[in-house]
Design a protein around this ligand. Structure first.
Ligand SMILES: *[C@@H]1O[C@H](CO)[C@@H](O)[C@H](O)[C@H]1NC(C)=O
Ligand SMILES: *[C@@H]1O[C@H](CO)[C@@H](O)[C@H](O)[C@H]1NC(C)=O
Ligand SMILES: *[C@@H]1O[C@H](CO)[C@@H](O)[C@H](O)[C@H]1NC(C)=O
Length: 980
């Protein structure tokens, strides 16, 4: 039998069926009505089936009117033959959740998880008052969570992995039977309702990956049965409530990637069952409470990217189950925890970028499972333990930038899984052991900047996976073995600053993936092999400071991807190739040779070199194409690298941090010794003699003062008018005092303030490097300020603003971010000066008669509103970042971009054309970050404050890029940045 129904007939059936539901719901006690009710359950289900797509209907083939619905797949009936369970988990169903679902009144288990349901959750679901489990997880549901007050028996609420938005309903707190709430991976916003504190049966509460804001309600401390509590990656602020210590059954606590600030409360020591404590990427600070030493059952403890000080927890592995411990990018001091020595469960250890110290010769044992260890950028000394060789799972060993001495143990060659070995920037001596050639999985070997001597062992040819080889800045000598030319996967080779002699092996021409080749500052002689001209992906070539002779091979004119060339300080003669990369290079790149000639300024034209000008244009296009494809290829490589080593992006932070002792010591300027310091400073600057003047700022002149103690400080003498205007001294004092409490590696420390009827001044940390504007205005210094350093400075400023806008206290707005106010230290780390003083020194600046910002950096709204908030700093940050990558104030660019919109010529400029030309074009991987800065900058420069990101967003994108912003490579024009 075949029925054909028109759509209006279908609609008619639909209405009468709903009507039947409505009637039956009133008279279910009547026998015939119960039968009809069951009948309508079956027809409702069948009707729903017909609304699903064909494939879904095929999955539900047992659902037919000819079989009793209690026999259908996924349907279970109760003793009254009513549907009690619908379990269609993971059947690949696609469609809406029908509103008629609300009529299946006996339903206890509604299990729709892992399908492709979309649309909103119908509010009729609230009628299912018998529900025990509701699982709609892993679908594509959107809209808000409907009213759910009636679910008095509900034990399990799983809505995770959908696109639900809106708040978590307050009334959730009435569902007392709940034991499990999983709402993670949605777009829920608003606060965590404190009513959840009533759900005393909860064992699992998962809210990770939403947009929840506000603080963690202290009442959650009532949930003493909780085993898992996760709130990571939201926008939570405030501190960790002390009541957290009541959750004595907790095994997992995850608060990472929020804005939580302040110290960890000591009550954490009660949570002795904790296996997982994830606090990374917040604004936490202070010392870890000693009570944390009571916690010995960690499997994973992650404290990275906070502002913690003091020693690491010592007992973390006493329980013997620690697998992962990460504490990188904090200010931890002292030695490696003792309990790590025999921590045989360890898989991953990250302690880089701290202030840790001590002799690590014997601190580490043998770890059968260890995969990844990074101790870089600390103050460790001692020898490299041969024990590392006995870690059969080790893939990454990174201890760069410490003070290690002694030799590289040949035993390391037994750690056969090693793929990354970075021991650069230490004081290692002895030879490069030939045993390392057993490490056939190695793709990154960095031993640069040590005191290694001897030759490169010819056995290196077996390192066939090697992609990066850095042996620069050692005392290595002898000829460069031709076997290096067999490492066909190399894309980065740096042997500079050694004592290599003899010829450049012509085998290097086989390194077809090479993008970076630096052989500078050696004793190489003989001709440049013409085979190098075959390196079609090469972007940077530095052969300077050798004894190379002969001519530049003519094949070099075909190296279209070159962006940086330096062949200066050799014995070369003859023509400089007449191709773009060479013609565009600065003349420094060729100077101090024997007789080069060509179309480069500062050089004689060659006697008889002619070149066909018609090919110029074509080549230009080719250059672009080649460098873009090169860059893309490198991205592929980089992605592989990061997957391979599970490497997080690293924000390089300074190790030049004032120790706690120093801070204590200098604090006394404010606390006890105001008078003495005043005298002392007057004396040290000879009553502010110009000889000590180091800068001039908006609110006063800055002097350098060497105190009796030998400490050097910067003193800002306030302009007399400001001095006189300080009418509300009490408010002023408390503000300055608050500012002296800010401790951050990217903020110039304010030590204190001295006031005297005659002269008032602020006392700051003194930094050697000078202000950013001076560095950018000086051609020599600007060149030293390379792309890595520039990117790092932008990150540092972002970090500082993030800290001040989103830290524990009320947001502090700088109001005067400019290149004058960013001071560099000798490591080129950025430190923001004058934080908060713009406001305290100009209490009336809310009107624009006393303009607090610096012209050219202030946000447009500054001119016409009284509102000065964080978004003004975001705009100034945008200007500053652009200034850093352009090398000059971007005023003209910004105004032309904003004025004539899409048609302006400025918007068709290529990014690479506005980058600071005093530097070579940025290379991979740094070029990616430069592009990222350009992109984020243009969002920061949005005219409307609302369209600008928060500094939290900006900073977190730097540290842990999540949005695909960075991936949309290559970059094209500035216009596209602005209008896409
Ligand atoms: C629901 O169905 C899935 C898949 O068939 C099964 O794994 C699961 O155990 C079922 N759940 C219940 C509560 O019956
Ligand atoms: C926890 O640690 C503190 C301080 O280290 C100690 O006084 C206390 O006795 C410890 N508590 C337990 C239960 O071990
Ligand atoms: C490490 O050694 C200490 C002291 O010898 C011992 O108490 C502890 O259980 C050991 N830990 C592991 C993980 O073996």
């Amino acid at each position: 039998m075949v029925f054909t129904l028109t759509s209006s007939q279908i609609a008619g059936i639909f209405t009468s069926a709903s009507l039947a539901f409505a009637v039956t719901s009133i008279i279910t006690s009547v026998g015939y009505a119960a039968a009809e009710y069951r009948n309508s359950e079956s027809s409702a289900l069948l009707k729903w089936k017909t609304n699903l797509d064909n494939q879904s209907q095929a999955s539900l083939s047992s659902w037919t009117s000819s079989t009793s619905f209690c026999m259908w797949q996924g349907i279970v009936c109760d003793e009254y033959k009513s549907v009690s369970t619908i379990n269609v988990t993971n059947l690949g169903l696609r469609g809406n959740i029908p509103k008629e679902i609300g009529e299946l009144r006996s339903l206890k288990y509604l299990l729709f998880g892992s399908n492709r349901f979309y649309g909103s959750i119908p509010s009729t679901i609230g009628m299912l008052t018998n529900l025990v489990e509701l699982d709609l997880s892993q679908n594509s549901l959107s809209g808000t969570i409907p009213s759910i007050t009636n679910f008095i028996n509900l034990e399990k609420l799983w809505l995770f992995n959908n696109s639900l938005s809106g708040p978590i309903p307050e009334e959730l707190g009435k569902l007392h039977a709940l034991t499990t709430i999983k709402l993670l991976n949605n777009n829920l916003s608003g606060p965590i309702p404190s009513s959840i504190g009533n759900l005393v049966n909860l064992t699992t509460l998962q809210l990770t990956n939403n947009s929840l804001s506000g603080s963690i309600p202290p009442i959650l401390g009532n949930l003493t049965k909780l085993v898992y509590l996760s709130m990571a990656n939201n926008r939570l602020s405030g501190s960790i409530p002390i009541s957290i210590g009541n959750l004595v059954n907790l095994k997992g606590l995850s608060i990472s990637e929020n804005n939580i600030c302040g110290p960890i409360p000591s009550t954490i020591g009660n949570l002795t069952k904790l296996n997982f404590l994830l606090l990374y990427m917040n604004n936490l600070n202070g010392r870890l409470p000693p009570e944390m030493n009571n916690l010995t059952n960690f499997q994973s403890l992650q404290l990275s990217y906070n502002g913690f000080t003091g020693p690491l927890p010592q007992q973390i592995c006493v329980g013997g189950s620690l697998r992962k411990f990460t504490a990188e990018n904090n200010y931890f001091t002292g030695p490696v925890p003792r309990s790590l020595k025999n921590c045989s469960s360890l898989v991953r250890l990250r302690l880089e970028q701290n202030l840790l110290s001590g002799n690590i010769s014997d601190d580490f044992g043998v770890y059968p499972k260890l995969d990844y260890i990074d101790l870089s950028s600390n103050n460790f000394y001692g020898h490299l333990s041969p024990n590392w060789a006995k870690c059969p799972s080790l893939t990454s060993l990174r201890i760069s930038n410490n003070k290690l001495s002694g030799v590289i143990p040949p035993e390391l060659g037994q750690a056969l899984k090693l793929s990354v070995l970075n021991l650069s920037s230490n004081h290692l001596t002895g030879i490069v052991p030939r045993e390392l050639s057993n490490l056939t999985s190695l793709f990154k070997l960095s031993l640069s900047n040590n005191e290694l001597s001897g030759n490169i062992p010819i056995e290196i040819e077996s390192l066939l996976s090697l992609e990066l080889l850095e042996l620069a800045a050692n005392n290595l000598g002898g000829p460069i073995p031709k076997q290096v030319g067999a490492l066909l996967k190399l894309f980065h080779l740096n042997l500079s600053n050694n004592e290599f002699m003899g010829n450049i092996p012509f085998e290097f021409g086989k390194l077809q993936h090479l993008q970076y080749l630096d052989l500078s500052r050696n004793l190489l002689n003989g001709p440049i092999p013409s085979t190098l001209g075959k390196l079609q992906m090469l972007e940077k070539l530095n052969l300077s400071h050798n004894n190379l002779s002969g001519t530049i091979p003519s094949d070099f004119k075909d190296m279209f991807s070159l962006t940086h060339i330096d062949i200066s300080n050799n014995q070369l003669k003859g023509p400089i190739p007449n191709s773009q990369p060479f013609l565009k290079a600065p003349s420094d790149a060729f100077q101090n040779n024997k007789g080069l000639c060509g179309n480069v300024s500062g050089f004689m034209a060659c006697p008889k070199m002619t070149h066909n000008p018609h090919s110029q244009k074509k080549k230009h296009v080719l250059i672009l194409a080649a460098s873009i494809s090169g860059a893309l290829m490198l991205i592929v490589v980089m992605v592989r690298v990061s997957l391979h080593i599970h490497c997080q992006r690293e924000a390089r932070e300074t190790e030049e941090q004032a120790t706690e002792e120093q801070i204590q010591n200098l604090f006394s300027i404010w606390n006890y010794d105001g008078h003495i310091v005043y005298e002392n400073i007057i004396e040290a600057t000879e009553d502010f003699d110009d000889r000590y003047l180091i800068g001039e700022g908006g609110s006063g002149a800055v002097y350098k003062a060497t105190l009796h103690t030998g400490q050097v400080v910067a003193v800002k003498k306030l302009h007399a008018t400001l001095n006189g205007e300080m009418h509300n001294l009490k408010a002023f004092k408390s503000e300055v005092e608050a500012l002296t409490k800010i401790i951050h590696r990217n903020i110039v420390k304010l030590y204190g303030f001295c006031s005297h009827p005659r002269i008032s001044f602020l006392v700051y940390e003194f930094l050697e490097g000078g202000s950013l504007d001076k560095v950018l205005n000086n051609d020599t210094q600007a060149v030293m300020f390379d792309w890595n350093r520039r990117v790092n400075v932008v990150k540092g400023v972002a970090n500082a603003l993030y800290h001040l806008h989103h830290g524990c206290s009320l947001p502090i707005v700088h109001r005067d971010i400019s290149s004058k106010n960013v001071i560099l230290d000798l490591e080129y780390e950025a430190h923001i000066a004058d934080f908060g003083t713009a406001k305290i020194l100009n209490p009336d600046s809310q009107n624009f008669t006393s303009f607090a910002g610096t012209y050219g950096y202030a946000a447009p709204e500054f001119a016409y509103t009284m509102e000065v908030d964080e978004k003004c700093d975001v705009f100034s940050f945008g200007v500053l970042s652009l200034e850093i990558i352009m090398g000059k104030h971007p005023g003209d660019l910004i105004s032309s971009l904003f004025s004539s919109a899409a048609t302006s010529t400025a918007s068709n400029l290529l990014l690479k054309d506005v980058l600071d030309r005093r530097l070579p074009h940025p290379m991979m991987p740094i070029v990616k970050e430069v592009i990222f800065i350009a992109k984020i900058t243009f969002v920061c420069l949005s005219q409307s404050p609302l369209s600008r990101p928060t500094m939290e967003h900006v900073y977190k994108e730097f540290v842990m890029p999540r949005s695909p912003l960075l991936d949309s490579f290559p970059i094209v024009t500035l216009g596209e940045l602005l209008y896409n």
